[in-house]
Write a protein that binds this ligand. Sequence first.
Ligand SMILES: C[S@@+](CC[C@H](N)C(=O)[O-])C[C@H]1O[C@@H](n2cnc3c(N)ncnc32)[C@H](O)[C@@H]1O
Length: 144
Amino acid sequence: MNDRWNNAELYESYVGRWSSLVSAKFLKWMNVGNGLVWLDVGCGTGALTKAILNSQNTRKVISIDPSEYHINFCREFIPDSKAEYYLSGAEKIPLEDKTVDVIVSGLVLNFIPNIKPAMSEFKRAAKDNAVIGAYVWDYSGEWK
Ligand SMILES: C[S@@+](CC[C@H](N)C(=O)[O-])C[C@H]1O[C@@H](n2cnc3c(N)ncnc32)[C@H](O)[C@@H]1O
């Protein structure tokens, strides 16, 4: 895997600077309630997970990523009694059916080669009235 994905400093300058900025705006826009179970798909080094833990009144935040480096990074640097980290891709979410109230995914969906199984997994893991939100870069817009 490219070094910029496995080195916190390189990752921060490449992706983290965007993640931190956008996650706050995204969570405000999501505007969901209190006491919910969240799932962050493709948590990376945890910018969105951290923003959820810091700004939302959650019951639990489950964060998954297929990169062992990223999951270990989150476990070490974003420990929280409400946080759980699992090594997993979106194609096989390690949760029972109808487990989560909110599913979020920041800057990830464009990296998933086969999106349909991933979307089926989102649907399976979500409770019936769950809220699902995601964002990716505007590649044709103001990328700098
Ligand atoms: C650009 S990073 C975004 C990380 C984080 N969400 C953020 O906002 O900083 C993309 C992440 O997607 C993860 N990823 C790649 N393929 C994935 C898949 N099939 N399912 C879930 N995550 C995946 C990568 O390991 C990486 O952590």
